[in-house]
Design a protein around this ligand. Structure first.
Ligand code: ADP
Ligand code: MG
Length: 704
């Protein structure tokens, strides 16, 4: 029977009980599913080592040699067996702590030793190695690369360890070699020089050498990424066939705001506004991603885009991920609109009505907003997810701007355009730049605009990394800056799992600062405060009444105090790169030289040290985003639901497979370009496979 239809229960070495466990733990149902459980590593069994060649603790090796001597140490449970093993040149120790009574050693016999060396004083030893008399070594034991499979605790308890998985999969090989139907067309495989599926599956499990293993993996990665791209591009094309509201006019409100700006737009701001305007007047629905570094002026671009829509008679909304950010946007945009609205009260110019709607908007406040949305008198609505509620009804919503930090997946975005019959235009903005591979996957269904230029006259923030032992000189620095008329942020991490402890950190820090600087006034804000108190504290800092602001990450987004020139980040090791970069962006907004001090404890992991080094080395948000992905890996993205990817990745890795991703996107693009909805006979296999992957992704997210 075809592998795709053969129930795992009837595969060699499986049976009903193991089949149940495999289904529940790995989600595999058919023999073909099993073949798609790829090894996570390989050990080269064709290579034999000399003891003198050992130099890496982490790789498995095999050595041929003899046991010259052994003895047991201790008795009972603490018993240990130590043996001396030689390859004829050097001697090495083998150790067993468990099952000592079962280890049978013989002198004068050639053994094949297999195991992982560990460093011990100045030599290596092997703990619990495999020892097989050479007479019993069969050729297949020392051939090619041996695959290793991930297993779960429950699988191991049922004897389904890596070795058992290897046997089960080996049992499928004869049938696999007969061929499985390919999932990618010959033309694509040839053009992109990829292996056929059958060959790839054979070689991903039992490669004859490293190059064929790599080629097999490359093909399987390509396939995963190719299908993700096909699906994303198909969605993009499908949406681009949606009719969109036509907004050809550049009207009076847009011009009035433009004229009222105290400085010219940067070239990059002008370019992205043009790109967006092209979409708005095209008559098709816009789906665009706006990227730009912290401080590049995305907010203003967003506002100008809203005015483009408003001038054409449409309503708009901006949706923020948090209430604080929504408030901040509301305040910022209102301030921008103030001159325009004042003008309109004395002349005949049209005004712009802007409102705020969040979870804390009271019922009483909501009523006039609901009315204003329905009668079309509200032009711009700022808010949180509350905007998506069904009670929010619009007269003519034409443009939705989503301001987010990697939180919105494709599926959630889809919710926005299911509300109306004609879908509004959609612009997604990210708080900090995202790496190219993520832009092509998580946001792969969107066209991209990039603001790659900061407003002129900004001095790059200077960043330093200190251990907290340097507290005294840091305090001196704070004093010097404040005495020169500047203001200082001190930020503490807030990690939800332990809010109490975090709050304690913050309060201790606040008290210490009060003691150290009795001559200064200090504000404190954190998420647990009442909104009113928070506003009051913030206002005191913004007006310059207080010199220091001690805060949790609530200030990460939004606040704009140009006179603040120092950002001190306490426990910086607990922040991710993108958060650190975002925080640093709070300073360097005025004319003065600004500084960011990253404070950590002395002892840091290698990864943390690298994170600090990158922050010190560069201010470029795009470089930081790439480094972040390299360091963290795409681990945060696991699972389709969180990641916004249409299908899960099993073998491809977004932090390391950027090149294969580029190829996959190109290949998928060529197909979609010719046949946007995959309707042709030739593209039937793609359409069918996508449907299958969608069902799988759906089932699996129901389980986990
Ligand atoms: P982002 O949201 O991209 O991080 P903002 O929109 O908050 O950046 O802009 C940062 C600051 O730069 C704001 O104070 C904004 O008013 C100002 N700004 C925006 N565009 C310009 C420009 N073209 N020239 C000078 N300043 C600008
Ligand atoms: Mg911003």
């Amino acid at each position: 029977m075809e592998l795709a239809y053969r129930d795992i229960t009837y595969c060699k070495n499986v049976g009903a009980k193991r089949a149940d466990i495999l289904r529940q733990e790995l989600g595999v149902r058919t023999a073909l599913d099993l073949l798609h459980q790829y090894p996570y590593k390989y050990i080269d069994r064709s290579r034999f080592y000399r003891i003198s060649e050992l130099d890496d603790e982490d790789t498995y090796v095999q050595i041929i040699g003899e046991i010259v001597d052994w003895h047991t140490i201790g008795v009972g449970r603490g018993q240990r067996l130590s043996a001396q093993f030689t390859d004829g040149e050097q001697m090495i120790e083998l150790v067993w702590f468990q099952g000592v009574q079962y280890v049978k050693l013989q002198r004068g016999v050639q053994y094949l030793l297999f195991g992982k060396p560990s460093r011990f004083n100045h030599t290596y030893n092997f703990v619990h190695p495999d020892l097989t008399p050479m007479a019993k070594v069969t050729p297949d034991m020392t051939q090619g690369l041996e695959p290793y499979y991930n297993t779960t605790e429950r699988m191991k308890r049922a004897g389904l360890n890596s070795k058992a998985m290897r046997q089960i999969i080996a049992g499928l090989l004869p049938d696999l070699r007969m061929g499985v139907p390919d999932t990618i067309g010959m033309d694509v495989l040839e053009k992109y020089r990829m292996m056929g599926l059958t060959e790839a599956l054979v070689n991903v499990h039992f490669p004859k050498d490293t190059p064929s293993m790599q080629r097999a993996r490359e093909r399987l990665k390509f396939e995963e990424l190719f299908y993700i791209q096909l699906q994303l591009l198909r969605q993009m094309k499908r949406r681009e066939q949606n009719p969109g509201f036509k907004m050809p006019m550049v009207g009076s409100r847009f011009h009035a705001l433009y004229r009222s700006l105290p400085w010219p737009l940067t070239g990059a701001q002008q370019r992205v506004i043009r790109e967006i305007h092209e979409d708005l007047k095209s008559g098709r629905q816009m789906n665009r991603l706006l990227q730009g570094d912290v401080g590049s002026g995305k907010t203003l671009v967003a506002l100008l885009c809203c005015l483009l829509a408003v001038d054409n008679g449409y309503q708009t909304c901006i949706m923020a991920p948090t209430e604080i950010l929504a408030n901040q946007h509301y305040e910022t945009l209102r301030a921008f609109l103030e001159p325009l609205n004042q003008q309109s009260s004395i002349s005949h110019q049209p005004s712009v009505r802007i409102e705020l709607l969040t979870g804390s908007t009271t019922k009483k406040q909501r009523e006039p907003i609901h009315t204003g949305l329905q009668d079309g008198s509200i032009d711009i609505l700022i808010g949180t997810h509350a905007l998506l509620e069904d009670t929010v009804q619009w007269a003519n919503l034409g443009l939705v701007i989503v301001d987010e930090q990697h939180r919105f997946g494709v599926a959630q975005r889809a919710k926005l355009w299911n509300k109306n019959t004609t879908p509004p235009h959609v612009l997604v903005m990210t708080a900090t730049p995202i790496p190219r591979t993520l832009a092509m996957t998580v946001y792969g269904d969107l066209r991209v605009s990039i603001i790659d230029e900061l407003p002129p006259g900004r001095k790059p923030v200077q960043t330093f990394h200190y251990s907290i032992q340097r507290r005294t000189s840091i305090n001196q620095f704070i004093r010097q800056q404040i005495d020169a008329g500047r203001q200082v942020y001190v930020v503490y991490p807030l990690i939800q799992e332990n809010e109490k402890l975090d709050l304690q950190d913050l309060e201790n820090g606040y008290n210490t600062l009060c003691e150290t600087f009795p001559e200064y006034r200090i504000s404190m804000v954190h998420g647990k405060m009442k909104a009113k108190d928070k506003d009051l504290q913030m206002q005191r800092f913004i007006s310059g009444e207080t010199q220091l602001l001690v805060a949790t990450t609530v200030i990460e987004v939004g606040v704009n105090v140009p006179n603040a020139s120092v950002m001190i980040i306490e426990n910086a090791e607990r922040f991710g790169l993108s958060q650190l970069h975002q925080l640093r962006g709070r300073v360097g907004r005025g004319a003065d030289q600004s500084y960011c001090l990253l404070l950590t404890k002395m002892e840091l992991s290698k990864e943390t040290r690298q994170r600090m080094d990158i922050m010190v080395a560069t201010n470029d948000g795009f470089r930081i985003a790439e480094a972040d992905l390299q360091l963290r890996g795409p681990g945060d993205l696991e699972g389709t639901a969180q990641s916004g990817l249409p299908f899960d990745l099993h073998i491809a890795n977004l932090s390391t497979d950027g090149q294969i991703l580029e190829l996959a996107r190109r290949a998928a693009g060529e197909i979609i370009e010719r046949d946007p909805l995959l309707e042709s006979e030739h593209n039937r296999i793609y359409k069918r496979r996508i449907d299958m992957l969608r069902i799988e992704a759906h089932n699996w997210s129901d389980i986990s």
